[in-house]
Write a protein that binds this ligand. Structure first.
Ligand SMILES: [Zn+2]
Length: 685
């Protein structure tokens, strides 16, 4: 591993920081922390931490010694000065006299000694940094180091690889006890460069930022060389069998890894998927000892909150044998959940019975021949789980090349997974109503489609925006969360619809809600209109919806967790307007289609509903049309748009909220919600 230190960059950051009153020591602390954070072979997603001991004047003008330590869960790659809360060092050092201290007491002392009382919580590894005397301390979970120390004989291997430069600290979970043990061992052995924390990571220190950082790089390089020198190749049996494509497999995996909500009938706890199939992943999944290593546990303790302790191991999804795969997947996922529950019960009893069980669903699923899925309540969390699982594979693979991968014990993993300070890293935000759900919106670049995509994203769903105009869909997607997926989809083309839904399944794992919204208006007196015009309208305004619903239902059936089809019927379906037959007749057929889906798939938990909206500013009702119609009726545009019983203009956002309401109403199917400000002639009878 090469040092990323670039004097020019370091000085540029020092100069930039100086403008905000940040001194050069903290600036360089930020600089090397970012260098460490940007390399996934060193730290991942909030793991690892760094610190700086320095002095500052408090509000009374007194000079105090402080520890600036990375905030708990902060990302090192993008850290700023605020990511290093300053804590008075003297009271922390005093704690060394204690045999033990309860976590809440420790956190209270840390917070009471923050220079800025509004600063974020310091890293859970703060006491290790406080007790060690060095000015700069760097801590990572470096891949190459873990390969050497995640071994039954990690201590001997560590001595071989690093000599006396790093002292070896036997495993203890992160926190006060580990910090005490580490400082005792440090004082006894006086290593020159740092510490190995068994089954966990590496610490280096130095008198300046560069020294601590470059020692880290040097030690990691020693570890890399050691693995290279001592590594043997591992048997991989490439098995040639035709594998079912991801788009067909993902909904089965996602469905198997869902949990029925026992309190609310019809509700499910669902997860979003992230798929990985790099060559290294596929090779790992073809290991002859995959069964054993998949049971071996995490690579470093804090991974357990993201991936749980073990992945779900599934069989190969052989082509033409999808039903067998589905059966086996459900059985394996069921066993996983039962085993997790048992694990929780046993260890919760051991620690006094006061922990609350997390959901028992896997966060990583291994599918030999196909790839690996990360699972999470959001796409973002699923991607983090996948990143960590890939890292775990890299550590296990390297460890097995030089010996035998060994993790901490099940009890030790439980203690980390259910350590309140670890769980705090995930943040205690209230879950949004559609968390874990995936929605596809057609006609997503239009006014109603875009407003609907936005409303569903705000409700916590992952959103795919389908439109015949990809650039316009991408534009609307960019206004949403980073995970929104724009897709080109022409609903009049069966292949295009199929491809779009396959892409959604591959990207997110499946689909739960479809808002079938794409449409366009044709006019003509029904007795005189060209048949071609009518057929064209049917292609879009009826068959388009049918193709979309059919593609969605296929995925929903594979998931086996119900679903929701929402159709944009128009007022024309209920209350035809003169010369609007070519538009209204297929829309009336669409209303019947909605009812047919409600009827045929109710037993599968798939609901079908429609929104009947009228007079919305959109591509179907443009500014020019509004102006000319208002003029024809002798009305102002405002009065024309508000020409309903309530005298209120109806907006695309109102329609979006109606769709959202229908998505959330788990006991409602075959419903038409009218969003038109009141029009008695269009009222449902
Ligand atoms: Zn750590």
């Amino acid at each position: 591993m090469k040092s990323g230190w670039a004097e020019h960059d370091a000085q540029a950051l020092v100069a930039r920081c100086a403008k905000s009153g940040i001194d050069h020591e903290l600036a360089l602390r930020i600089y090397t922390t970012r260098l460490l954070g940007r390399d996934p072979a060193l730290v991942l997603h909030g793991g690892g931490n760094t610190s700086l001991k320095t002095r500052l004047r408090d509000r009374f003008g007194e000079e105090v010694e402080i520890l600036r330590i990375k905030a708990s869960g902060a990302e090192m790659a993008a850290i700023e000065a605020e990511g290093f809360p300053a804590v008075r060092l003297a009271p922390l050092r005093k704690l060394r006299g204690l045999e033990a201290i309860a976590d809440p007491d420790l956190v209270a002392i840390e917070r009471a000694n923050l220079i800025d009382p509004t600063a974020p919580n310091p890293s859970v590894e703060i006491m290790l940094h406080a007790f060690l005397p060095h000015k700069f301390i760097d801590h990572t979970h470096a891949r190459a180091v873990l390969r050497i120390i995640d071994q039954p004989d990690g201590e001997e291997r560590s001595a071989d690889a690093f000599g006396g430069r790093l002292a070896f600290v036997p495993y203890l979970m992160p926190g006060f006890a580990l910090a005490r043990k580490a400082i005792d061992i440090f004082e006894r052995t006086r290593p020159s460069d740092g510490l190995i924390l068994s089954k966990h990571g590496i610490v280096t220190f130095g008198e300046n930022a560069r020294e601590a950082y470059e020692r880290m790089i040097e030690m990691v390089t020693l570890a890399e060389d050691f693995v290279e020198r001592n590594g043997k190749s591992v048997a991989i049996a490439r098995r040639a069998s035709e594998i079912t494509p991801i788009a067909a497999v993902a909904p089965i995996v996602r469905g198997a890894c869902s949990q029925k909500n026992e309190k609310t009938e019809g509700a499910w706890r669902r997860l979003v998927l992230e798929f990985r199939s790099r060559a290294a992943v596929l090779d790992f999944l073809d290991r002859t000892d995959l069964g054993r290593v998949s049971e071996a546990g995490v690579a470093t303790p804090d991974h357990t909150i993201r991936t749980k302790n073990w992945p779900l191991l599934l069989p190969r999804p052989k082509m033409g044998k999808l039903d067998d795969f589905a059966r086996a997947a459900r059985e394996a996922a069921g066993k996983f959940a039962a085993r997790y529950h048992d694990y929780f019960e046993r260890h919760n009893r051991r620690v006094g019975g006061d922990r609350r069980e997390l959901d028992p669903l896997p966060r990583v699923a291994l599918v030999p021949g196909l790839g690996m899925f990360g699972l999470g309540r959001t796409k973002h969390d699923a991607a983090i789980a996948a990143d960590i699982a890939e890292e775990w594979m890299a550590v296990v693979d390297g460890a097995e090349r030089i010996g035998r991968f060994e993790s901490i014990s099940e009890a030790e993993m439980f203690d980390c997974e259910y350590w309140p300070l670890e769980q705090a890293k995930l943040g205690f935000t209230t879950e949004r109503p559609l968390a874990g759900q995936i929605v596809a919106v057609t006609g997503a670049a239009g006014a109603i489609g875009a407003a609907t995509a936005k409303a569903f994203a705000a409700a916590g769903a992952e959103v795919a925006l389908l439109d015949v105009d990809l650039a316009a869909a991408a534009d609307k997607a960019s206004a949403l969360a980073g995970t929104a997926l724009p897709l080109r989809c022409d609903v009049t083309d069966a292949a295009s619809v199929q491809a779009a839904f396959e892409e959604i399944a591959a990207r997110f794992g499946g689909v739960d809600i479809v808002v079938s919204n794409a449409g366009a208006a044709w006019q003509g007196r029904i007795g005189e209109v060209e048949e071609a015009t009518l057929r064209q309208s049917f292609e879009l305004n009826f068959y388009g919806h049918q193709r979309v619903a059919q593609a969605a239902v296929r995925i929903m059936q594979a998931q086996g967790t119900g679903g929701c089809l929402l159709f944009n019927v128009s007022k024309q379906a209920v209350n035809p307007g003169p010369d609007f037959g070519p538009y209204g007749v297929p829309k009336a057929a669409l209303l019947a289609l909605m009812r047919q889906y409600a009827l045929d798939y109710g037993a599968d938990g798939i609901r079908a509903n429609a929104v009947n909206a009228d007079r919305i500013r959109s591509g179907l009702l443009t500014r020019e049309m509004i102006a000319s119609r208002a003029k024809a009726r002798g009305l102002s545009e405002k009065d024309y748009m508000s020409g309903n019983l309530l005298g209120r203009e109806v907006t695309a956002e109102d329609v979006a909220q109606a769709f959202l309401h229908q998505a959330l109403a788990l006991k409602t199917t075959a419903d038409v919600t009218t969003v038109d400000g009141g029009n008695i002639a269009a009222a449902m009878r």
